[in-house]
Design a protein around this ligand. Structure first.
Ligand code: AHR
Length: 635
């Protein structure tokens, strides 16, 4: 009966249409799913120098000379006639940090080591920087440390080595630049005689958050992520199992963390590791979603499979991690967490087993992990990995296995054209409500030239309306990848771009931001007349919408995406509640080709107060726009 009355009202509305092109009917009495707090999240991977040369505040590149190849990367070494230098391993700093630079001065002479950072080092006038290094050997002399820009010295300090240095010892200096420079170098002038071994050369701003760049932390904080998936991605898989991510190598004193070849083609210091990731999640109020290798390296290219014995170790790694994250302080790993400064448990609730894995061998391994984890941690939810594809045979088979084997959460990855995204906003309408939930762990619209433009972001916004509407099925969604260090990236498009000292959000960033900020608590039924739009064989919609309600602020939230080149006029009819006529409009709009850059943000949200929008009103949704209407409801 209720449905009949609703359809009748809809028909009456259409007949009264006049010049409006659509009627949007919103029925508050028909509520859809509650929207989980986790819905909009972030996916963090050290790709595009997101960590080394990015979020991690270390300014020195290749600080510990551990690199197997490109051993002097980031360094320039100038030396006098009586100096020889080489990278050695005979007297290691520790077992994880085996290489160091050895300089042999046969007579009193001079050598200069210059670190170029990641294409120049940015320092700010008046800020404090800590220089530190480990030294050993039989050298006496002086070491002058300088931050220089061209020939100008911006800061300097001196280490006096009157006695032969002896065993490894840490030396530190405070440096305060007299001037700001975005392109400086760290110069270390060594004058003396003997053998000097140098390791862990570091320069870090004191103003940081747990070793992270504050401006980048702020950018992700402003996204209000409900979860954080980390540390990858393909990074988790590794090119071989040798360089697959192992969380135990990423915790503890930084000089004991193992520098490793990163899947994405550079060396990573693990200066930000699992402990820091957990701290970050805590700060962001985001559920940690760590992803673990299932005993299989990068599956797309001749994968390596862990032997029976090795697989046990990979499984044990996850169990140990859960003890580290959630265990009491009198357990071994809970004690390690406490010793790092966090006695309270992190209360990790999700574990991902695998990234872009598929097929019987993966499923078998997944089952082994699941059994072992559930036995000790029955409440932890385990995320099953889908294949790299989001349709086709592998994808369908994975879903069949997941359904038949009662998987809790299925990780889908969708990198598709904007056209595909616009034509598939109803994807999750068709999903089984009783099957596994979906984590859309990676997604992005890829335009022809993979530009980070408004065309892509508009398609993502339209797709997100379908995600939000179906948030009983899709419980987490994160754009990928998160960061791009301009000029040092392996993958575009990305959410946030930065360089030595600047950062900006792409149009996709602002779509994520306004969706996360205006999520609401529950989906409210809505229907749009005259919605279908066919073009080049695709079935699109003129407008894409989702309506939700925020219980705390008592606001009806209407999100409308108009990806096309014409404005659309809509009459909005709200039933089942009374709007008090006040509210706010947040819009993003521009030309599809528009991109943001360091100097100009073409696509940023504009906000304005609106009044007079009662239960029935007309509204024009501008061409190429995303609009959020937040309308106050009467008590
Ligand atoms: O997001 C970049 C990469 O895309 C991820 O590492 C991988 O999971 C996917 O193929």
């Amino acid at each position: 009966m209720k449905k009949f009355v609703f359809i009748l009202l809809l028909l009456v509305s259409i007949s009264l249409l006049g010049e409006v092109q659509h009627v949007l009917t919103i029925d508050f009495s028909q509520q859809g799913p509650r929207i989980p707090e986790t819905l909009h999240g972030i996916f963090f991977e050290d790709i595009n120098h997101a960590v080394d040369g990015g979020l991690y505040v270390e300014l020195v590149r290749n600080r510990s000379f551990e690199q197997e190849t490109r051993r002097y990367e980031g360094w320039r070494v100038e030396r006098g006639d009586f100096v020889r230098s080489s990278i050695e391993e005979t007297y290691p700093l520790n077992e994880n940090n085996t290489r160091y630079l050895e300089m042999r001065f046969s007579e009193t002479d001079r050598a200069t080591l210059t670190n170029l950072g990641y294409g120049g080092i940015a320092v700010f006038q008046g800020q404090e920087y800590t220089f530190s290094t480990y030294l050993s050997g039989g050298f006496s002399g002086t070491i002058t440390v300088m931050i220089v820009d061209d020939d100008e010295i911006l800061a300097s300090g001196r280490i006096l080595l009157q006695q032969p240095v002896g065993d490894w010892k840490k030396y530190t200096l405070d440096l305060v630049p007299t001037k700001t420079s975005t392109n400086s170098e760290l110069s270390i002038v060594i004058l003396g005689k003997g053998i000097l071994r140098i390791d862990m050369v570091s320069l870090m701003p004191k103003d940081n958050w747990n070793g992270m760049r504050k401006d980048l932390v702020k950018m992700i904080e402003e996204l209000k992520p409900g979860f954080m998936r980390f540390p990858g991605g393909c990074l988790v898989q590794g090119n071989t199992l040798e360089n697959a991510y192992r969380w135990k190598e990423s915790i503890g004193p930084i000089e004991q963390r193992k520098t490793k070849w990163n899947f994405w083609g550079y060396y990573q210091t693990l200066g930000i590791g699992f402990y820091e990731y957990l701290l970050l999640c805590e700060k962001l109020g985001a559920e940690p979603v760590p992803i673990f290798n299932p005993g299989i390296s990068f599956q797309i290219e001749s994968p390596e499979y862990a032997s029976e014995e090795e697989l046990k170790e990979w499984i044990q790694d996850v169990l140990d991690f859960l003890e580290f994250a959630n265990g009491a302080t009198d357990t071994y790993w809970g004690g390690v967490r406490a010793s790092l400064g966090h006695p309270e448990p992190f209360n990790v609730k999700y574990i991902g087993v695998g990234n872009e894995n598929w097929g019987p061998r993966y499923w078998e391994n997944f089952e082994r992990f699941r059994r072992a984890i559930k036995e000790k941690y029955p409440n932890v939810k385990i995320i099953f990995s889908g294949p790299p594809s989001y349709e086709g045979t592998d994808f369908r088979q994975a879903w069949r296995w997941a359904r038949e084997n009662n998987v809790e959460i299925f990780d889908e990855h969708i990198y598709a054209s904007p056209e595909w995204m616009l034509a598939n906003t109803d994807r999750y309408d068709k999903y089984d409500r009783n099957g596994p939930k979906v984590m859309l762990g990676e997604y992005a619209a890829h335009t022809d030239r993979r530009r980070n433009n408004w065309q892509a972001a508009l398609a993502e916004a339209a797709f997100l309306t379908g995600v939000e509407r179906n948030s009983d099925v899709v419980i987490m969604a994160s754009y990928a990848p998160l960061f791009n260090r301009v000029g040092w990236s392996q993958w575009v498009p990305d959410l946030i771009w930065f360089d030595n000292y600047r950062v900006f959000g792409t149009p996709s960033y602002y779509v994520q931001k306004i969706f996360a900020e205006n999520k609401g608590d529950v989906v409210v039924y809505s229907e749009l007349t005259n919605e279908e739009y066919r073009m080049f064989g695709y079935r699109y919609k003129y407008l894409y919408q989702v309506v939700t309600y925020d219980e705390k602020s008592q606001e009806l939230i209407i999100k409308i995406v108009n990806p096309w080149s014409e404005d659309r006029s809509v009459r909005v009819d709200v039933r089942g509640i009374t709007l008090d006529g006040t509210g706010k409009e947040i819009t993003l709009k521009g030309d599809p080709k528009d991109e943001n850059n360091f100097d100009e943000l073409r696509i940023v949200p504009e906000e304005k107060i609106i009044t007079g929008l009662k239960n029935s009103f007309e509204y024009t949704f501008k061409a190429h726009s995303v609009t959020v209407l937040k309308l106050k409801v009467e008590e």
